[in-house]
Design a protein around this ligand. Structure first.
Ligand code: HBI
Length: 357
């Protein structure tokens, strides 16, 4: 049994945990924290004030949230808002670092990467998105050169977007399977789950569902209102409902009641938490062969991988769904994406970071 580690998990600065602003990283941070705590490690979370994380001790830090990195252009310089919550979080961590064996960063931001060599306590980074801008790429490349063990990604496709990297840790991801019920009598409906924003290409799912004559149930944070209005105007006859940003217990009800989850990212999705949530409910995943989801779906067994950006490909896959066994979907989630599997991968990685000189 690994000796008891004192861990500080540092959150994303884009918003308070529980607000949905942090997207997938909120769930990832909560799952990592809870699993490490369950294994006997001491876990504290440093996050913007207003953060809620049941079962974990949160140190709330005041300050101005950061602009979401995916809304910036590749060459946009890094901006530090006045009274930046991220700067305040890392100033606090700097003062308290002696109380921890390791600081684990979940923010997709330049500052924590840049600060790593200035800390005495080891800092590790779970990179939550694929390459988005030059400044972040450079900070990741610099850290990879001097301290590659400190970097972990969710998928090889995501890591590859940062160019040639020395050996890194691929953590995949996980969910608390107990929160997801297996559903083997779905309604005739499809599901789409994610931040409603252009990079998620919800329009492709709307078109595919319409051509397959199935209603589409949409869940997730409505991040880009203009984009949402455009979708309403562009597809007035399509049958799609927005069910809101649902808590896990409600989300898994929608998923288990669906024939399949459509995953239509326009960008390289770092992982695709929603795909493993669907598998946990026994729901096949129809996904573009792009990014993290392409490393999750077992094509022809627990879903279908489709040529990227091909609505026709989505429709053809939807037509083949009855070939799939929903039990195989749940089984894959149990084998690969349980909290226990993630906890093993996490302990292996964090131990290696601490042991590195
Ligand atoms: N943008 N600047 C910044 N920092 C983050 O930590 C961040 C982000 N955008 C999105 C995001 N994190 C999370 O939604 C990821 O899980 C995708």
């Amino acid at each position: 049994m690994l000796n008891r580690l004192r861990l500080l998990l540092l959150s994303t600065p884009v918003g308070a945990l529980g607000s949905g602003a942090g997207g997938g990283v909120e769930l990832t941070l909560a799952n990592c924290g809870r699993e490490l705590q369950r294994r006997g490690h001491q876990v504290q979370v440093c996050a913007p004030s207003g953060s809620r994380l049941p079962g974990l001790e949160v140190v709330a830090i005041e300050g101005t949230p950061h602009v979401p990195a995916q809304t910036q252009a590749r060459l946009t310089p890094i901006t530090m808002p006045p009274h930046s919550v991220l700067a305040n979080m890392w100033a606090w961590a700097q003062r308290e670092q002696a109380n921890y064996d390791l600081l684990l960063n979940f923010a997709y931001d330049w500052l924590p990467l840049y600060l790593t060599p200035f800390f005495r306590t080891p800092v590790a980074h779970l990179v939550s998105m694929a390459s988005l801008n030059e400044a972040m790429d450079r900070a990741i490349a610099t850290l990879a050169r001097y301290h590659p063990i400190a970097l972990a990604f969710h998928s090889h496709a995501q890591a590859a977007t940062f160019g040639k990297l020395p050996p890194y840790t691929c953590l995949s991801n996980a969910i608390d399977l107990e929160r997801y019920q297996f559903g083997d009598r779905p309604s005739a409906q499809l599901a789409w789950v994610g931040r409603i924003a252009p990079e998620k290409a919800l329009e492709d799912a709307i078109q595919a569902a319409q051509q397959a004559n199935l209603p589409l149930k949409i869940c997730g944070k409505l991040q880009d209102h203009t984009y949402w209005q455009q979708l309403q105007a562009a597809y007035p006859d399509a049958d799609f409902d927005y069910l809101g940003f649902l808590p896990t217990d409600k989300l898994q009800q929608v998923l288990s009641n669906s024939l399949a989850l459509l995953v239509t990212p326009r960008w390289v999705e770092a992982f695709g938490n929603v795909a493993i949530e669907a598998l946990a409910c026994g729901v096949p995943v129809v996904a573009y062969r792009r990014g993290g989801p392409a490393e999750i779906v077992r094509d022809g067994e627990t879903g279908f991988l489709v040529e990227p950006d091909s609505v026709a490909g989505l429709v053809a896959a939807i037509g083949q769904l009855e070939r799939l066994d929903r039990n195989a979907c749940r089984r894959q989630a149990e084998q690969e994406f349980s909290l226990t599997a993630l906890g093993d991968r996490l302990e292996t990685w964090l131990t290696a970071v601490i042991r590195q000189p």
